[in-house]
Design a binder for this molecule. Structure first.
Ligand SMILES: Nc1nc2c(ncn2[C@@H]2O[C@H](COP(=O)(O)O[C@H]3[C@@H](O)[C@H](n4cnc5c(=O)[nH]c(N)nc54)O[C@@H]3COP(=O)(O)O)[C@@H](O)[C@H]2O)c(=O)[nH]1
Length: 638
């Protein structure tokens, strides 16, 4: 590929002789130019000789007619008598012939020459004749002959001139379209090798330059680095300000990066919000580190897009030519980029071999997760949520489990972020909603809590998935509770608010999960109407030894009372924690003290051991719904 592009280039950026694809066109143009040149070379002299000859013949015919008239004054019908007039005839011819290079003859009717003026004529001859009349009777002819030598000489000159002209027109005809062709070829090459939005080299040209740089390095020595960049929060700008603003942002990003680089470096847009740089410098890795730090800083400065201010950032992965094979440089920089993103974005990381191993593992996990979906390895477990005063079950939280035939149990903390990243979580989430609702219908009176990630919640079809799950299973909406974390509230406030309102309108309740772990929890409580707050288990875990945790939990519970919300303490593992929470006024709890998450088949025993479901359960059975009876585990579908 490298040669394919570079061969077509000449110094100054002009494309060189077109190759294979254009060869036919070049041949056609050359053939056409040769044809025109041949026409010019042959046609001009032929036309010249023909017109000159015609004009001279016409002049000679006129002259012959005039001489014939003069001679007719002397003519006699008797040739013998006329022959005696030869001297007079010659004199008449002499007065009629001012030029020396003309031969004139007078012949009688028998063709015998009666008089003549002969000139020494050279070269091809041409002539004309006219009849001589006496009393209306033809008695002879006058003949005039000229030398055609001057015509021949002229023709040679005209031929030479036309050959010169033909050569010129051949060159002009061949050059003109070839130049146009080259310009077109150069434009096509540019289109094929550059990104139209930013004007930067595209992925194809980037690989080409990478090959060249690596080849140069092999021959002349030196170092270079490849930097892979990905914009943070680009999608948010696109979604909130529109695609025109997204395009403008990409152009401004390209300009900022270009301004920060040296001319000898190459910046390319690989697609979407991905950019890559080849940085030549003898001082690697210092130079790459300095450039990456500069870019992180530059791209975190605000952008003004059609009057709106947008804040983004960039994550950068760096691979060094001394450490990565030339054909792995971009891939390795990408691996480092992935690590930079995973470690919190808006920073840079150098590639190390250990990252490859992590990436391979991630890819294997990704592949396994796709298979898990298809082969039914995913299933739900249910953790009871209890009334803190009675310890009896009032609800269930559906928790996803993955049982892999070789890996064993993979916990959701490990595979849910991956499913989100590879776009599988929507499908998984839809299944979880439907399955949890279906199970809830078999446990009347209990509320079913389902975890929804930020990504799922923001998806366009989330509300549709909730409605479908309720309709298909027939679960009363009041028995479904959606658990979201503060992360959901970080973006697109208007839309999030509308979705929360729509859930309320449906009759579904919403709980804020992991309360206290985000950074502006109180602000969100003021903005959104939650039904329940779940105190994060990290506060519950330290309740017994940390007076500060007690103070925080007390404040949280106070807030729920003030706002009239239900309060659930997560991760209650012992009776002391439960007693403390009860004393502070917390009403609900869940945790290992009351039971771990179990498959549906084990739920009956768990609920019975807690004294059965709470009689005044938060969500009483809907009209027509049977009251709670422990199900026969054999009937339970997993
Ligand atoms: N979007 C979705 N997220 C889901 C789904 N299923 C689970 N999750 C989220 O994954 C995270 C980890 O869940 P898990 O490993 O299942 O852990 C839960 C409980 O097992 C654990 N827990 C419960 N009681 C105790 C306890 O006493 N001690 C202790 N150390 N851990 C306990 O807590 C997790 C439940 O947390 P929460 O959701 O905050 O109530 C977790 O964030 C899940 O939300 C899914 O289907 N979709």
């Amino acid at each position: 590929m490298s040669e394919a592009i570079e061969q077509r280039r000449m110094p100054g950026g002009m494309a060189a002789e077109p190759s294979a694809g254009d060869a036919a066109l070049v041949r056609l143009v050359t053939g056409f130019a040769a044809g025109i040149a041949m026409l010019v070379a042959v046609a001009l002299p032929v036309m010249h000789v023909w017109t000159e000859l015609r004009e001279e013949n016409a002049a000679m015919e006129a002259e012959a007619r005039i001489v014939a008239y003069t001679v007719s004054q002397i003519a006699s019908r008797d040739p013998d008598l006329w022959r005696f007039q030869a001297a007079r005839l010659r004199a008449a011819l002499a007065t009629a012939t001012p030029e020396a290079d003309v031969t004139m003859r007078v012949r009688d009717v028998n063709g015998d020459t009666l008089a003549a003026i002969e000139a020494p004529l050279r070269g091809p001859l041409h002539g004309a004749s006219a009849p001589i009349f006496e009393n209306g009777q033809p008695v002879g002819t006058v003949e005039i002959e000229h030398s055609g030598l001057h015509l021949l000489v002229q023709s040679v000159w005209v031929t030479l001139a036309s050959l010169f002209l033909a050569g010129g027109s051949y060159v002009a005809l061949r050059l003109l379209p070839l130049r146009m062709l080259r310009r077109a070829t150069s434009r096509i090459t540019h289109l094929a090798t550059h990104d139209q939005l930013t004007g930067l080299p595209n992925r194809r040209l980037f690989h080409d330059r990478l090959e060249q740089t690596a080849a140069g390095l092999k021959r002349y020595g030196g170092h270079f680095a490849v930097l892979a960049l990905d914009l943070d929060r680009f999608k948010e700008v696109n979604d909130t300000l529109g695609h025109a603003a997204g395009d403008e942002l990409l152009r401004q990003v390209a300009k900022r990066i270009t301004d920060a680089m040296r001319e000898s470096d190459t910046l390319a847009r690989l697609g979407g919000d991905e950019f890559a740089i080849i940085q030549r410098s003898a001082e690697q890795p210092k130079a790459a580190e300095a450039l990456a730090a500069r870019l992180v800083e530059l791209l975190s400065q605000p952008f003004i897009l059609h009057g709106n201010q947008a804040m983004i950032g960039t994550s950068i992965g760096i691979a060094l030519s001394v450490e990565s094979a030339p054909d792995h440089l971009l891939q390795d920089a990408d691996t480092a980029l992935y690590r930079a993103k995973a470690e919190g974005r808006n920073g840079f990381r150098f590639f190390s071999a250990e990252m490859n191993q992590a990436l391979r593992e991630r890819r294997a996990l990704e592949q396994d997760l796709r298979e898990a979906m298809a082969t039914g390895q995913l299933h739900l477990h249910y953790q009871p949520q209890v009334n803190l005063s009675t310890g009896r079950v009032i609800g269930l939280e559906a928790l996803l489990r993955w049982d892999h035939p070789v890996r064993g149990r993979v916990m959701p903390d490990r595979f849910i972020p991956l499913a989100e990243e590879i776009g599988l979580l929507s499908r998984i989430g839809e299944w979880v909603l439907r399955e949890a609702c279906a199970v809830a219908t078999r446990w009347p009176g209990l509320r079913m809590a389902v975890n929804i990630s930020a990504h799922q919640f923001q998806a366009a079809d989330f509300l549709r998935a909730v409605r479908t799950a309720l309709e298909e299973t027939g679960l009363p909406p009041a028995r479904l509770e959606i658990e979201i974390t503060e992360g959901v509230l970080l973006t697109d406030t208007e839309r999030t608010l509308a979705t929360l309102e729509a859930l309320h309108a449906l009759g579904v309740s919403v709980a804020m999960d992991d309360f206290g772990t985000g950074y502006s929890s109180l602000g969100y409580l003021h903005k959104f109407r939650f039904d329940k707050i779940k105190i994060d288990r990290s506060f519950v875990a330290t309740l017994t030894d940390d007076p500060q945790a007690v103070a925080i939990v007390r404040a949280m519970i106070g807030i729920t009372h003030a706002l009239g919300l239900r309060c659930n303490a997560e991760g209650v593992e012992n009776a002391v924690q439960a007693a403390l929470l009860r004393a502070e006024g917390c009403t609900e709890a869940q945790g290992y003290l009351y039971g771990r998450a179990v498959p549906e088949t084990e739920l009956a025993a768990l609920i019975e051991s807690a004294g059965g479901p709470q009689a005044e359960a938060v969500a009483p059975p809907a009209a027509g719904e049977a009251p709670y009876t422990p199900p026969n585990p054999a009937r339970v579908i997993q």
